[in-house]
Design a protein around this ligand. Sequence first.
Ligand code: CUA
Length: 321
Amino acid sequence: MNGVHDVLAPAGPQALALFHLWNAMLVACVVVFALTMAVLAVALWRAPRAGERTRPDLDAHPRREATLRRSVVWGIAGSSVLLVVLLFASFFADRALSALPLADAVHIDLVGHQFWWEAHYEPNSPERTFATANELHVPVGRPVLIRLRADDVIHSLWVPSLGGKKDLIPGRESTLALRADRAGTYRGQCAEFCGYQHAKMALVVVAEPPADYERWSAAQRAPAREPATAQERRGLALVEQTSCAMCHAIHGTRARARRAPDLTHVASRGWLGAGAVENTPELRAEWIARAQKFKPGVNMPPLDAAPDDLAAMSAYLGSLR
Ligand code: CUA
């Protein structure tokens, strides 16, 4: 699945704060490791050779005893200072994460399911709200406030290039604020083991210039495009009559269920099944017939349909831009 997935390539202030913390910890660990190895090397170098007394009596060597005491004191003092410094670094990084001004934030409700992401944009604004799944678009330079909920088990949202992890816990609400300062496609991943297909619970975040974002969100708010060809019309009829409509919603059609990803604009997404399969006509048809082949354990049941019917459904869904 494409998209930047890299803690070391921060694209916003939250990820940058964590990147600095990561660097500070790396430097501290490298210095401590190097010092420890140096002390170990000296100790080995000065260890008694064969034939020497193996346990020098410290009382008989007051200088050695004093050196030993001093090393222990310096060791404890050094570790304590370092831990306090790292504690402060971690505290300030945490403060930086929540310092984002949210006045003009884009609001997104994100619900974690086994094994996909349900998104509702601007849930408090009836004329601006719309639903989508597994692929978020955000405007560059504007904060995004994501309210997180879990539908079944604990999931965790993690888009490394944009920010840290935040758990989605059933029965609890949490929020995560992010801002993307660079346009790009960033890959996110469920970061808490949530079942068989935890690994295939990816999330794509497309950060784009504000004008592009407005265009995208206006298109997402619109109802589904009317089928234009005979094949697409047949595809829509099949989607409405088969098991698809029992779980999925396509606005403007008779499919109105809410158990599975909203398909109103499914063709605008690059992937199906939360990053499981590329959204191409052939793979889409195969996914409809046998999602279990790509993502065993997913809730999508197999569909026993003729190749023509699958092609028609795939063509219709492929027209839903
Ligand atoms: Cu959802 Cu792991």
